[in-house]
Design a binder for this molecule. Structure first.
Ligand code: CU
Length: 216
């Protein structure tokens, strides 16, 4: 079931369809679209068990810099993960964050810094580059190991290994309001369906102006 009620002319309803497949684990599939029904990429979904769970060990990750952009633009990692920031451009970058969840600074560099940055506190970390103001990236640090980011088709999948009650949190860089977590329950049949609508103001982030030049 999809609700497409648009309460505001600048709102973005984000629609979510969740399908649990009858397997030994639940494959949660989420489809996210914008107010035009177009797929919305770069939305994050984190599903947190409301029961004791073993988060397992975090894995290393990468956020590259390609053509003066962070790639991927949005990344979710588990708390405690180490992230490398390989610079694939022929120019140097100076990656930093002032976010509460992680402050760090990698002064002007080329190639891959030998030491990763460890993200040991959950929360949102906004990335910038001291040289290129238009570069903006996002790292969501999650205590739960169950998360994903929507692709260009607005789709993401998350596998859950246990039945029970969970909390689903959705986030997108262009939202401007607090999103309430969604309570979901994975029953014995491991099937789940639901819909969710999110209204956010569309935010426009700095783009490369014609006077910016110098990239590629
Ligand atoms: Cu840069």
């Amino acid at each position: 079931m999809i609700s497409t009620i648009c309460k505001h002319s600048v709102s973005i309803p984000i629609l979510i369809i969740m399908l649990g497949l009858p397997m030994t684990h639940a494959d949660v599939v989420i489809q996210i679209t914008d107010q035009n029904g177009d797929p919305l990429a770069d939305a994050t979904a984190v599903i947190t068990p409301k029961f004791e769970f073993d988060a397992g060990a975090p894995t290393d990750a990468e956020v590259e810099q390609i053509n003066e952009q962070f790639f991927p633009r949005v990344k979710v990692v588990q708390t405690g993960s180490n992230i490398y920031f390989p610079n694939q451009d022929q120019i140097r970058h100076h990656v930093y964050s002032f976010s509460e969840a992680k402050q760090f600074d990698i002064p002007l560099y080329s190639g891959t810094p030998s030491e990763p940055i460890r993200f040991d506190q959950s929360g949102l970390v906004v990335l910038g580059c001291n040289i290129h103001d238009q570069m903006r990236g996002y790292i969501l640090v999650s205590d739960s190991p169950y998360f994903s980011v929507s692709d260009s088709q607005g789709q993401l999948e998350i596998s859950l290994s246990e039945t029970g009650d969970y909390e689903l949190s959705i986030w997108h860089p262009e939202k401007d309001q607090q999103l309430e977590p969604i309570q979901i329950s994975i029953g014995e049949d491991l099937s789940f369906s639901g819909s969710y609508q999110l209204n956010t103001a569309r935010l426009f982030f700095p783009r490369r102006g014609s006077s910016g030049g110098g990239y590629f």
